[in-house]
Design a protein around this ligand. Structure first.
Ligand code: ADP
Ligand code: MG
Length: 463
């Protein structure tokens, strides 16, 4: 890529010297302007990566000219050149947000270096802006899929609370979208330009968690060679998301209580009280109320963090969200893998509707990613699905799919089922799987040979 540099200088000789310096840089293209009208005109019409100017514009005041440039190209770094002893003070210029300031005459190497630094900074700024925009749009409430009344309500609550500084407690099974909601709250709050610090309490060994959270002073313990800020401090001005909050020892819980209450802490081994301006969001897949009852979680801390509780229901309790989510992931993965649009077969939609989704949305997302990889055409069929999903369903009546999970838990579908038909299916399947070996088949169902034989007779399956 060629960088485009705009040189705005009233002196013909200077423009030539500068252009010569840039000739040596292969990836730079130079455009020159000799007065302020041409300069501002260029900025209206074209994109530049760097502006170099001596600010000598008779038509306008120097700082006024600088501000006019800034208003048209706020992201583009500016290098100002001034003759030694000029009336423009470096401080005034730097205050206007100029990247660098060089006095003439200058060594070519110095200009060269300043230009390289400015171009690098400029591309970082643009990259950063682009990444931030991408990040913010990813956590836009509009990108959180869900038409079920439960999710619509969650989004309404979250939309309200994101504008405040209140502590939020998000509960829900693993994979229901707790972290997504926490991030959405941050990026839709007035702290969105501040940091979002995430810590999974379960992922950090107990003995390290305390110093991770609160930081430590030099010499607080043998390996503490330098003072280190904790995550609470790093989140200052932004949001601190503590995931799996149940996984905290009693000692840490009591320290947490203080920070949540007063936004104050001391580093390990320190005596200075540090104020932290931080918004706290906690998440858990446990029922914290139960943990409080059995004494595993402090009651006072629980009340402090559950000021604004948000509960994400498991996917199986909001089945109307399954297909919209599946289509959302389908679109995302097919685009990411550069494939043409892909659809779900009717059979797959039915299988999805009755699957138990114990891993919730994360499981669905993984299933779709795998299917998109395996799919050679533009329709996902059952052959692209993991067996657990295909095998987990069967027909009891014409066209009606019911879920049979291999685990002990089983959900009776809302329209009910026939226990006899279910049992018959199981017995038949057990025989098929064991290739008609009755002892093995009985074992598959946790039955004795005798009971199994009785069932075979009951369904007319014994021969
Ligand atoms: N409502 C939703 N719409 C779109 N994607 C979602 C939704 N809920 C969850 N996801 C995605 O599912 C995955 C799991 O969500 P995550 O927030 O990590 O769950 P949890 O923290 O509860 O385990 C993430 O990739 C997330 O982006
Ligand atoms: Mg999570």
């Amino acid at each position: 890529m060629a960088y485009r540099v705009l040189i705005a200088d009233d002196e013909e000789r200077m423009r030539r010297v500068l252009a010569m310096v840039f000739e040596e840089m292969r990836d730079v293209k130079v455009v020159t302007a000799s007065n302020c009208v041409t300069t501002l005109d260029y900025l209206d019409r074209e994109r530049f990566h760097l502006i170099i100017t001596d600010l000598k514009v008779p038509e306008m005041g120097r700082l006024e000219f600088l501000r006019a440039i800034k208003s048209k190209a706020s992201d583009i770094p500016i290098i100002v050149l001034t003759a030694y002893g000029s009336v423009v003070s470096a401080i005034d210029v730097m205050k206007e947000g100029v990247f660098d300031y060089l006095t003439t005459p200058f060594e070519n190497d110095i200009l060269n270096l300043a230009v390289k630094r400015a171009l690098k900074m400029g591309s970082l700024t643009i990259e950063n802006k682009y990444l931030r925009q991408a990040l913010e749009s990813q956590y836009n409430f509009g990108n959180i899929i869900g038409n079920s009344p439960q999710v619509v309500e969650v989004l309404r609550l979250v939309g309200e609370v994101s504008k405040t500084d209140s502590t939020v407690l998000i509960t829900g099974e693993s994979g229901t979208g707790k972290e997504l909601i926490a991030r959405a709250i941050h990026y839709n709050s007035n702290r969105s330009c501040g940091p979002l610090i995430v810590l999974n309490c379960a992922a950090i060994p107990e003995n390290l968690l305390e110093s991770e959270l609160f930081g430590y002073e030099r010499g607080a313990f043998t390996s503490a060679e330098k003072t280190k800020k904790g995550r609470f401090e790093l989140a200052a001005g932004g949001t601190f998301f503590l995931d799996e909050i149940s996984e905290m020892s009693a000692a840490i819980q009591s320290k947490m209580l203080r920070v949540v209450e007063s936004k104050e802490l001391e580093r390990l081994g320190g005596t200075e009280t540090i104020k932290v301006d931080v918004r706290i969001i906690c998440a858990t897949n446990k029922n914290l109320e139960d943990w409080v009852k059995v004494g595993k979680f402090r009651e006072d801390l629980y009340y402090r963090i559950s000021v604004f509780p948000v509960t994400l229901p498991p996917l199986r309790e909001r089945r109307e969200d399954i297909i919209p989510l599946a289509k959302h992931f389908l679109k995302r993965f097919s685009m990411k893998m550069g494939k043409a649009p892909i659809i779900l077969s009717k059979e797959v939609e039915k299988l999805f509707m009755v699957h138990k989704w114990e891993g919730n949305i994360r499981e669905l997302q993984n299933v779709i990613e795998r299917a998109v990889i395996l799919c050679k055409g533009n329709v996902i069929t059952s052959e692209h699905l993991p067996v657990s999903i295909v095998r987990g369903s069967y027909t009891v009546e014409k066209d009606k799919y019911q879920a049979l999970d291999t685990s002990v838990q089983f959900d009776i579908p809302p329209h009910g089922l026939s226990l006899d038909a279910l049992e018959k299916q199981l017995v038949t399947q057990a025989l098929e799987k064991s290739k008609n070996n009755k002892t093995k088949a009985a074992k598959l169902l946790g039955l004795t040979r005798g009971t199994f034989r009785y069932r075979l007779q009951k369904y007319g399956l014994s021969n």
